[in-house]
Design a protein around this ligand. Structure first.
Ligand SMILES: Cc1cc2nc3c(=O)[nH]c(=O)nc-3n(C[C@H](O)[C@H](O)[C@H](O)COP(=O)(O)OP(=O)(O)OC[C@H]3O[C@@H](n4cnc5c(N)ncnc54)[C@H](O)[C@@H]3O)c2cc1C
Length: 113
């Protein structure tokens, strides 16, 4: 069920066992798994149904490390940045988890398997 929170009283309280912030791929995947396991899940999404990335969006971000020009590369809307996808849905390869000297910060503490 979708609720536009702007239509709620300021005193309204929404209750759920789990609250996921953001409906992008990360949040949506977590929420879907929880819901599939029979859990009560509430997703709180800052954006609406339409694309809304702009400098004056109601949410902002601090950069740590390399800047990715957040307003241009992040969508504040239902579904998040998946709305900008080129349509590539590929699993990670083993090499993506390995430390590679030519890739700064590479190497995960887990393997693909
Ligand atoms: C042009 C472009 C093309 C891409 N193409 C592909 C592709 O083909 N294949 C692929 O796998 N990946 C692609 N990506 C990368 C992919 O889109 C991202 O890696 C992925 O969407 C990130 O998911 P996320 O959940 O971490 O963040 P996001 O998708 O950015 O989701 C974050 C969500 O949280 C919401 N939010 C933020 N702050 C708050 C707050 N304070 N309160 C409530 N809600 C909040 C946002 O509105 C948003 O809905 C592409 C990215 C870009 C920019």
């Amino acid at each position: 069920m979708l609720i536009d929170a702007r239509s709620l009283d300021r005193q309204s309280v929404l209750k759920a066992r789990y609250c996921v912030i953001g409906s992008g791929m990360g949040g949506a995947a977590v929420a879907q798994k929880l819901a599939a396991a029979g859990q009560d899940v509430l997703i709180v999404e800052a954006g609406g149904l339409d694309l809304g990335f702009s400098e004056d969006a109601s949410v902002s971000a601090d950069h740590v490390g390399r800047s990715f020009n957040m307003p241009a590369t992040r969508c504040i809307e239902l579904g998040g940045t998946s709305n900008q996808w080129h349509g590539i849905c590929a699993p990670l390869d083993e090499v993506d988890f390995e430390a590679r000297p030519w890739v700064k910060g590479s190497g995960w503490p887990i393997a693909a398997s």
